[in-house]
Design a protein. Structure first.
Length: 395
């Protein structure tokens, strides 16, 4: 077994069970491990710390599989981890009205770099780390045996793989080729999902519980849904009794899919309007036209991919939230989100507070929002909390 020795006093994060070790903490690597190969990690004084996947190129050189010295990283290990993840979701996902959700959430499920989402009878995977890539064949074999899906499709077509020395890739890993659009059900609402080319793995599964909350508050309300993508929030608003929802997205293709989803749920076209435009520009047009809404939803894509982009991202978040606050009627509701992992909860709260101050209105935070329960967050991996949201009331 290849051994990786850490520098003196650089083992503290592993003693706290954090699953990452950065390259600067490594003192010596015995032999030359392959990219993703399992190595034994020891402290400067030779004490066992963990079994981990070694990455040749990433700044995160080690991603921990297990802190148990007696653990063997093999097919049985992956089977047990996958079963644990499945059993966890079975505790709270109501399969009678929901057949799309996250099955494995990477580090937070003890499988660093592995994302597995269920869409009806299809499974979509992302292998984002060298360790997950190294064990891909075994992982796919276990998923197919345990879940018996119609097919398993890979969506590892993301830039983060390049940091691991891996090429972006997508395609069929097992079973049938998925159709261009797969029908799923979420909380009894139907959606068509493009798992081959859509955002993330096809749908924003992490917003399932927040969409349900929106539904409960939209009766007889006029709603503005910004960055609307395929109309997830919009379908819920109309099911909840909204008078009308306006969808804004820069992608005409996304709006076309949103229209299909609304039609799929037998929603009359008079209940919604689709606007293909830049959200920042369109919010200004609405402001200049003195347009007002009862509820505004801001669910933008990631504004910050790295720490160097945080300042610019902060300005973007403040801009859209300031505009949204000004567009809300008295006692209007703002659902606002950030999925940028580099934007902390405290920073996001400050951004919204600054926007509220500049708006001249009084804003109350009613509820803090986060990712749905299938996107589990392990206490030893706080980085697993990436989706921050606020429900605010504007006076």
């Amino acid at each position: 077994m290849i051994t990786v020795k850490l520098k003196k006093n650089r083992q503290k994060s592993l003693e706290r069970k954090h699953p990452w070790v950065f390259s600067g903490a490594i003192d010596h690597v015995k032999e030359n491990p392959k990219n993703g190969e399992t190595v034994k990690v020891i402290s400067a004084d030779g004490k066992f710390l963990s079994w981990a996947a070694f990455s040749i190129k990433s700044q995160i050189s080690l991603r921990v599989w297990s802190f148990n010295e007696n653990e063997i990283i093999d097919s049985k290990f992956f089977k047990e981890k996958i079963l644990q993840a499945i059993e966890y979701r079975e505790q709270f996902v109501d399969s009678s009205n929901t057949n799309a959700y996250r099955l494995i959430n990477a580090e937070s499920d003890g499988l660093p770099g592995l994302i597995v989402d269920k869409y009806n009878d299809f499974i979509v995977c992302q292998f984002l780390s060298s360790g997950a890539e190294f064990w891909k064949q075994e992982i796919v074999a276990q998923l197919s045996a345990l879940l018996n899906p119609t097919g398993i499709f890979e969506r590892s077509d993301v830039e983060v793989r390049e940091k691991e020395g891996l090429e972006p890739i997508s395609g069929v890993l097992f079973g049938k080729i998925p159709s261009d659009l797969i029908e799923i059900v979420e909380n009894g609402i139907k959606f068509l999902v493009d798992i081959k080319n859509g955002h993330k793995t096809g749908f924003y599964l992490d917003q399932r519980e927040n969409r349900k909350l929106v539904e409960s508050l939209t009766n007889q309300k006029e709603v503005l849904n910004c960055f609307s993508y395929s109309g997830g929030f919009s379908a819920y608003t109309i099911k909840g009794g909204a008078i009308k929802v306006t969808n804004i997205d820069s992608s005409a293709e996304a709006l076309s899919l949103a229209e299909k989803n609304l039609s799929l749920n037998q929603i009359d076209s008079s209940k919604y309007e689709n606007v293909a435009d830049d959200v920042f520009k369109y919010l200004r047009k609405l402001r200049d036209a003195n347009k007002q809404f009862d509820i505004i939803i801001l669910d933008p894509p990631k504004f910050a991919d790295s720490a160097s982009q945080v300042e610019k991202a902060g300005r973007g978040y403040k801009d859209i939230n300031l505009l949204a606050i000004k567009l809300l009627k008295k006692n209007g509701l703002l659902f606002t989100f950030s999925c940028s992992g580099h934007i902390t909860t405290d920073l996001f709260n400050k951004i919204i507070s600054d926007a509220a101050l500049d708006s001249g209105k009084t804003v109350h935070i009613i509820k803090h929002l986060t990712q749905s329960m299938d996107h589990t967050i392990s206490t030893n991996f706080p980085e697993g909390l990436y989706l921050k949201g606020l429900l605010c009331r504007v006076n």
